[in-house]
Design a protein around this ligand. Sequence first.
Ligand code: FAD
Ligand code: AMP
Length: 478
Amino acid sequence: MSSNYDVIVIGAGPAGYVAAIRAAQLGLKTACVEKWINKQGKPALGGTCLNVGCIPSKALLESTELYDQARHKFADIGIQTGALSMDVPTMIARKDKIVQELTGGIQQLFKANGIDWLQGSGKLMADKRVQVTASDSSAQEYTAGNVIIATGSVPIELDATPLHTDIVVDSAGALDWESVPERLCVIGAGVIGLELGSVWRRLGSEVVVLEAFDTFLPMVDTAVAREAMKIFKSQGLDIRLGSRVMGSKVNGQEVEISYKDANGDATLKADKLIVAVGRRAYSNEVVSAEANIGMDERGLVHVNEHCETNIPGVYAIGDVVRGPMLAHKGSEEGVMVAELISGGYGHVNYDVMPNVIYTHPEVAWVGKTEQQLKSEGVDYQAGSFPFAASGRAKAKGDTGGMVKILRDKASDRLLGAHVIGPGASELLGQSVLAMEFDGTIEDIARTIHAHPTLSEAMHEAALSADGRAIHIANRRRS
Ligand code: FAD
Ligand code: AMP
């Protein structure tokens, strides 16, 4: 194996492996350093996303959603099942198989693109030298014309609630329980806390979610967040806002959690506790002082709009830099950087970044929220359409939620789209595309949407912005 490359990527999550593949496609001699050891004790590519994040969580959300439907919906739609039972170990095994197939797929793609996988822990030294330490502690040094730091993030741990075997766990630990806890507490009502809380709630756990903030999902459009709270509560998720966790203590097989809310000090007991209080950039351990890379006190690597650090030829992408911690954000940055390195053009449109919470119903949004537009003093108009009025949603028996769109009054441009409802993640795609193409509400209104589809709700929301919706009574405009 050579020791000199055009590009060395450190980290093979969705940011790093995509950067490596694109760089190799562009003819650059590329290596990727990755240290991940998977559940089976084998080196693996794919990072957090494929191993313990996006993919395994969605596999369990799918299994548990189907189980929940079988329990609560099948009889209503005319399906009798007889006695229903769950098989959690099979759900976990299915999830593990999907992970292994996908991470194995990245390995194949690396081979097909001629990318060298340098197994071990990489450290960036001065002059774009990368030291790789293998699991047997042997170290080797490589040099590169360009280095891309793509070392991602790790869960934030709270000193007051230390992880404890499989009783107090982070998000990764909560993907591997083979039996259903009777009482589950989740710290943090963010995206990860809500998704994991939903998984175990659907399987029968009593779930309490403790959230320090008084506002539920502050980054989501207020109307959508309100609807989400109502629906999640009806599903039995006990979400307690304004509840700051102060500590936890494991006693035998249970854990006692102490927290403060508006009424003072409180405690609750649970069989399992998930700490889902956010993630921190993983950088300090990766960059030596001699590399002289600028970072902030939280470990975020400083980069410009092209993801270049203060050292020319050293880039950083994905969770380790500013911006939302999302797989697709990191991947797009990876493509941009590879294209810039090869002398091409690269750009990421951070204003048009889709976000999804994969609960049921899903919550998905792009662009500005109504509260943001208000605070920015933008002259906007909102349009919305409830799934209760959608023929397709009725046929599916899944009518909770709505589509809401926001347009600039003067230019008619789409400023934001917010969906809570069935298939919201897929439905959002058309708004993302419309915004990327600088589309207007009139463009969506004039686009033919197949009937009956959930996408008609987006069409009707666009029409409703200026009182033209067909299947709801429009508010009279003076
Ligand atoms: P990572 O995926 O964290 O990858 C970084 C890689 O770098 C790791 O493989 C690590 O081993 C490696 N590495 C670190 N240091 C070194 C070193 N010194 N040497 C060698 N290798 C190193 N995002 C979404 O967009 N959609 C979702 O549905 C979603 N669901 C999620 C669910 C959960 C439970 C979690 C935890 C996260 C979820 N995310 C989701 C977030 C998503 O996983 C991250 O945004 C994404 O993985 C970031 O990609 P990345 O490549 O920057 O970093
Ligand atoms: P996210 O960053 O989206 O993953 O969400 C993490 C959530 O955890 C945020 O909404 C935080 O307010 C919340 N959080 C952080 N620390 C605590 C704590 N000690 N008690 C309760 N909630 C917390």
